[in-house]
Design a protein around this ligand. Structure first.
Ligand code: ZN
Length: 367
């Protein structure tokens, strides 16, 4: 198993401590397992039912040996919002309250196989909390670099799992720089957006959706996008299902951003192949406040290939959508609600008979 640079195609051993290529390009896995329906472990009601399709190298990864908190296999619940029928994938029911656990579970099990003892990460949000939980369970030490100004229930969640919070003065980018320096000194950078193993775990959302729909792809998948890891994971997962002949086409991917921080939306409008760095402003959708997604090119290509679109919504629309959804019994954080808000713009684009899945990415109890 090797990592490959998505820019210059150079390869590295999968257990390298490098977090990106010397050329600056991001890593992907050189080859990954395809989807095989008859290899599903049907008695396992977590994402590990797809273990045979996950690239976890942990040599003794037999039943019971994988570090798991029961992630995956979240319910699909039907509701109507803004006159559109949707199936909500309740990702906020994950062990740490967000979809990130899918990627973290696969990453941390891979790190165990590599014998990694200490990791660093920069996230003051769901990714940091997710990593803190899984390393706690596997005996790996974690240092999570956060901006000094950050203060939220998410930081408390990170700390209570036992990870060490390293507060970095200055803007968010300083925390990213500090974590890269720590990685240069020998720590493993368990980045939720650079590390390709997290993308492998996120593919399982596509597998579950198809299985829950009786081996059909939905017509549409509408989701919040910052670094776009969930969108890319779903895209690759549905592609594997297509290659296995289990679905007849890919769903249209609708990527939703917050108006005040929408680099992909700006690039999409201008018909560009990649996002350019923008000046970001505050938004209630804090989980997707990303000025420059590291896989922007891949996200835009996936959206265009599937006939989807990139949309942007205002904070007012987002908070209203959050409330609309809560009145249907589903309480999500504002970041997740951008996808619901976008349904207003998608009226007329999504047909009345179409099947639309919206992953509800994070719990309202977190905000
Ligand atoms: Zn490269």
């Amino acid at each position: 198993m090797h990592l490959r640079c998505s820019s210059c195609r150079r390869t590295y051993p999968y257990d390298t401590y490098r977090w990106r290529c010397d050329c600056g390009g991001v890593f992907e896995l050189e080859s990954t397992p395809g989807f095989a329906k008859d290899e599903i472990e049907t008695g396992d009601f977590s994402l590990w039912r797809y273990r045979a399709m996950l690239p976890v190298k942990y040599e003794d990864a037999t039943s019971g040996d994988v570090i798991s908190l029961g992630e995956g296999f979240t319910p699909l619940v039907e509701t109507h919002v803004y006159g559109t029928k949707i199936h909500c994938k309740l990702e906020f029911l994950a062990p740490t309250g967000s979809f990130k656990d899918r990627g973290t579970a696969v990453l941390v099990n891979t790190l165990r196989g590599m014998g990694v003892r200490r990791v660093v990460e920069d996230s003051s949000g769901n990714a940091g909390a997710s990593l803190a939980a899984y390393v706690a369970r596997s005996g790996i030490e974690a240092e999570i670099y956060v901006p000094a100004y950050a203060s939220s229930s998410k930081l408390e969640q990170i700390a209570v799992y036992g990870a060490r919070l390293v507060k970095v003065e200055g803007p968010r980018e300083r925390a990213a720089k500090a974590v890269q320096e720590a990685a240069a000194r020998g720590a493993y950078y368990a980045s939720h957006y650079y590390n390709p193993f997290t993308l492998e775990g996120l593919k399982t959302i596509a597998y579950e959706i198809a299985e829950q729909l009786g081996w059909h792809a939905p017509n549409n998948l509408v989701l919040p996008v910052g670094h776009g890891t969930l969108l890319l994971g779903a895209y690759h997962g549905f592609n594997n299902l297509l290659a296995a002949g289990l679905i007849e086409r890919l769903p249209r991917l609708f990527a939703v951003q917050a108006e005040t921080c929408a680099p992909l939306y700006e690039a999409y409008k201008r018909r560009l192949d990649d996002a350019f760095p923008i000046e970001k402003n505050e938004t209630v959708a804090e989980g997707i406040t990303i000025a420059q997604p590291v896989r922007g090119r891949q996200i835009l290509a996936a959206v265009r290939e599937t006939g989807g679109a990139v949309l942007a919504v205002s904070d007012e629309e987002t908070l209203r959508a959050r409330d609309e959804l809560a009145r249907r019994g589903l309480y999500v954080e504002p970041t997740s609600a951008v996808a619901i808000a976008a349904l207003l713009q998608l009226r007329g684009i999504i047909g009345p008979e179409e099947l639309t899945v919206v992953p509800l990415t994070g719990s309202g109890l977190k905000s």
